[in-house]
Design a protein around this ligand. Sequence first.
Ligand code: 5GP
Ligand code: MN
Length: 348
Amino acid sequence: MNRLLEASEVKEFKAMLDDASQVVLTCHVRPDGDAIGSTLGLAHLLRRLGKEATVVVPDTPPRSLAFLPGFKEVVVYTRYEPWCERVVHDADLIICCDFNTPSRQDNLAPLIQGAPCRKIMIDHHQEPVRFTDLMISYADMSSTCELCFRLIAAAGLYEELDNDSATCLLTGLVTDTRNFSVNCKHADIYEILERLIEKGADKTKIVKEALLTRSYWSVKLESYALAEKLEVFTDHHAALVTLDSAELERYHYERGDTEGLVNRALEIRGVVYAIFMRQDPDCIKVSARSINDFPVSEICKDLFNGGGHRMAAGGEFRGSLSDCRQRLIEAMGDYDSYLGHNLPRIEI
Ligand code: 5GP
Ligand code: MN
């Protein structure tokens, strides 16, 4: 299993851990199950190794992850700026999980980039930018949590993995693969699942908490969005859902409430890619998913200053929601060549 990783990287990773005593773990803005799972999963392991470990995140994680062991200790930069500054200043190692460029940390980026200590990136996004001393980046991994598990095993630390670590790591695997339904390139991902269950992770509970439990208003908002706001572009095999701030307010929107919405639009027979645009206070947040290897990451990169994975990507647009929508619609034809042949018609 471990042959996928570069031996020299594993060695350096282990040496950097051995040298550190106060470690900060951090991730991208709007953290998801993989971002929180990987940082907390490593934090639990580091504590077992006798180190101080603090998870510092750019903004509030979703409530769906509150079941994770250690969730309450996560320090949110937008709420506790001075505290974050102190722990980052005192750290002798920073581990950057699940992001490939400093800008993915928004307002936290200058603090992390300005820290004088050594840094490690552990990530699975395409086209990483080199901003750490050690860059462990594998775009073919399902999740940063999968990569963390492989690193831990390869570094000889498997015995130190406890139930808490296993729970956090399995959560990232479960959320980034939507319970092993997408993005499972390496068959031995199921061996990792087995190992994590052996360590005490409760997969049924993780799936229920992280993927299948939501608020009343989240269900109502998704239903409204699909019933009233879904547009289908049959010639381009595309689906689009937009929600403006008034609509979000009407449905008492809270962070995480639209998680999964874009996947619902992708379920329509004949749809190859689906895009969701949400009017956040600071920008239009774009979320994109596809099938058949259609590169939504290119759309996000070209049009929305974003990126991600080929079939699961996102971006941000500065401007009005209608301009954002228009920008996509006008550009759809440019991506038709990626659609492939013999696609089922979208029947409306
Ligand atoms: P989501 O749609 O769940 O927000 O994000 C899907 C994927 O796209 C994730 O892997 C995420 O890292 C990436 N992504 C989301 N938003 C952005 C963004 O604004 N910029 C970049 N570069 N990637 C993003
Ligand atoms: Mn991830």
